[in-house]
Design a protein. Structure first.
Length: 165
């Protein structure tokens, strides 16, 4: 059984793998898809932290609290922020790296707006938003169970672990 990692471990791995700075919006969506697909493929969460159904798509509050007010992050920026906040990160085990690598391979070149629109079209975000009007604030949690169910269905339908919105 794999050891649970943190959202910060996953974010750091994404930034190291991509190499170039990316928007914090894109980082949030990539981390979300890492959690979603890990649930679908491994039947367990990649990390414990939750996502909230914000107006622009899923956001992990703990990660947001670190990068609040910052538009773009490089791997060095993120390492500095982690250090300033006494957050320690660990290397990802191989199985978790495979999940993140697959997500980066499929979603990594997509624009942040495309990723946001994609999450808006998917059931876990929609269900968590409920009757909240588009553009309005919501802190409703996107349940891991809804992510597991939805992305597992997509994985079976797509037969190759990937589905486009």
């Amino acid at each position: 059984m794999s050891t649970m990692v943190s959202v910060f471990d996953v974010a750091q791995y994404i930034l190291q793998t991509i190499g170039a700075p990316i928007s914090t919006m894109k980082l949030q969506k990539l981390v979300y898809y890492c959690q979603a697909w890990h649930l679908a493929w491994e039947n367990v969460p990649l990390f414990n932290e939750d996502f909230e159904a914000w107006a622009n798509g899923p956001v992990c509050r703990e990660l947001y609290n670190l990068h609040r007010g910052i538009f773009s992050l490089s791997k060095q920026d993120f390492a500095d922020i982690l250090k300033q906040n006494n957050k320690h990160v660990s290397s990802l085990p191989k199985k978790e790296q495979e999940t993140v690598d697959s997500v980066i391979e499929f979603y990594g070149k997509k624009e942040p707006a495309w990723l946001s629109a994609c999450t808006h079209a998917e059931r876990p975000w929609k269900e968590a938003r409920g009757d909240t009007p588009l553009g309005q604030i919501s802190t409703n949690i996107i349940s891991k169970d809804s992510m597991l169910e939805y992305y597992s269905e997509l994985s079976v339908k797509s037969n190759d672990k990937k589905t486009v919105c």
